[in-house]
Design a protein around this ligand. Structure first.
Ligand SMILES: Cc1cc2nc3c(=O)[nH]c(=O)nc-3n(C[C@H](O)[C@H](O)[C@H](O)COP(=O)(O)OP(=O)(O)OC[C@H]3O[C@@H](n4cnc5c(N)ncnc54)[C@H](O)[C@@H]3O)c2cc1C
Length: 387
């Protein structure tokens, strides 16, 4: 075989066949079986641990990152082939993490060589779990209003303030946070992007309970937290807004593509096929499902096209707002159809549909709401004049 991409495909298919533990093959990933890694991670099985270790060793937890940091150094074409072969073999994702989706890309672009060497290998190996300290009670959509303060104390920063909606803060080892380092500067120009160990004295978390029961959300408090200066700030001091925005484009791309498995996993038809026989006999529902499937296919192709167009590892830039908006709104439509197809059975909490339906609403809020995405699309993608 002379085509290098086909050589890669066959090599990786052999590797997966030899290394994927049988008990993980074809088992759908659920909230309970995701591997998040981190200092305190308890593997659900030996197979989960082995799969992570083997993939990390081969650079497959972050296929496109440079191999010097534990990535796979793959080209875009190789990454696609890898994804296809993983799907064919029924392999679960070996590791999911905010480090992979968000912090890593920001460090690759803005980090010093020392910061990259200190953090990226721990992310690719699943050794350190990160959480995101962006939102505050008065700074959600208007994120640049963050008030958590970092005072320069010579050899360290002194942090005081509060974050909210910090997903999995109680399980994370470290947090990447936006802090105000200059209170006199215009709001976008006084923010720094800081890395803080959650074990530092003065950092506490409090889980937030939702109406649906337990949740991953926490409030995170910083009470006279001393952060050694060395390596704490990513990018320039007071210019953390640039890092924050870049990270958000990666977060939005990830959420847009991941919205309920729209670009991977089961199709709506497959999901509906598991419902009571006869559900798909309703012509109106069939038409609606068909329209959604076509939209989902077009969306998946659009996503691939943007990724093809983007620079290696750089993400899709402002187009991430379009992908997030469309992907999450589409997922909401899909969940609505699944709910209506099931009638009152859909309200059975244990069956799972109601939880997925509610979760789809959160997709269009996290990482920036749909209204905010529309604003970005108008300004940055369509370049419409301000009102
Ligand atoms: C599942 C989930 C996970 C999350 N995880 C994290 C996390 O790990 N870390 C973290 O820091 N944050 C996290 N968040 C918080 C999330 O980023 C915020 O909820 C989001 O940015 C919106 O902010 P807000 O909740 O303060 O709403 P607000 O900003 O108060 O918005 C309220 C409403 O007003 C609308 N609105 C606000 N401004 C405008 C405008 N200019 N134009 C039009 N409409 C507007 C919004 O669209 C929304 O409908 C998470 C949220 C969710 C749902």
């Amino acid at each position: 075989m002379s085509d290098p991409l086909e050589n890669f495909r066959s090599e990786i298919a052999d590797w997966i066949a030899a290394n994927l533990p049988d008990e993980l093959r074809g088992v759908p990933t659920t909230e309970d079986t995701i591997c998040w890694g981190g200092r305190n991670w308890v593997f659900t099985s030996d197979a989960q641990r082995l799969w992570l270790e083997r993939c990390a060793e081969r650079g497959l937890t972050c296929p496109r990152w440079p191999s010097e940091y534990g990535g796979g150094g793959l080209t875009r074409g190789e990454e696609k082939a890898l994804r296809e072969e993983m799907t064919k073999a029924g392999a679960p994702s070996p590791l999911q993490s905010f480090g992979i989706w968000m912090l890593g890309p920001a460090l690759l672009k803005f980090g010093t060589p020392e910061q990259k060497a200190a953090h990226l290998p721990d992310i690719t190996a699943g050794k350190i779990r990160w959480c995101q300290g962006y939102s505050e009670p008065g700074a959600g959509s208007d994120l640049a209003s963050v008030q958590t303060r970092a005072e320069d104390m010579g050899d360290h920063w002194l942090i005081n303030g509060q974050k909210i909606w910090t997903s999995y803060a109680d399980k994370a080892d470290k947090i990447f946070a936006l802090v105000r380092t200059d209170r006199d500067a215009p709001k976008h120009l006084g923010i720094s992007f800081m890395l803080i160990d959650m074990q530092t004295p003065g950092v506490t978390t409090r889980p937030i309970r939702l109406i649906s029961g337990a949740s991953p959300f926490c409030e995170t408090f910083f009470d006279n937290v001393k952060v050694p200066k060395e390596g704490a700030i990513v990018g320039e001091q007071n210019r953390g807004w640039d890092v924050a925005k870049y990270l958000l484009t990666h977060e939005r791309e990830m959420i847009g593509g991941g919205g309920g498995g729209l670009t991977s996993g089961d199709t709506l038809a497959q999901m509906m096929g598991t419902l009571d026989p006869g559900t798909l006999n309703d012509p109106v529902l069939r038409a609606e499902a068909m329209e959604l499937e076509v939209d989902a296919m077009a969306f998946a192709l659009t996503m691939e096209r943007y990724k093809d167009m983007s620079e290696a590892g750089q993400g899709v830039g402002h187009a991430s707002a379009m992908l997030k908006y469309y992907g999450t709104e589409l997922n909401k439509r899909r969940q609505e159809v699944l709910m209506s197809a099931q009638g009152s059975n859909a309200l059975d909490w244990e069956a799972g549909s109601a939880a997925d339906w509610l979760r789809s609403k959160a997709n269009s809020i996290e990482g920036g709401t749909s209204e905010v995405m529309l604003d970005i699309i108008a300004k940055r993608v369509l370049e419409l004049p301000a009102k």
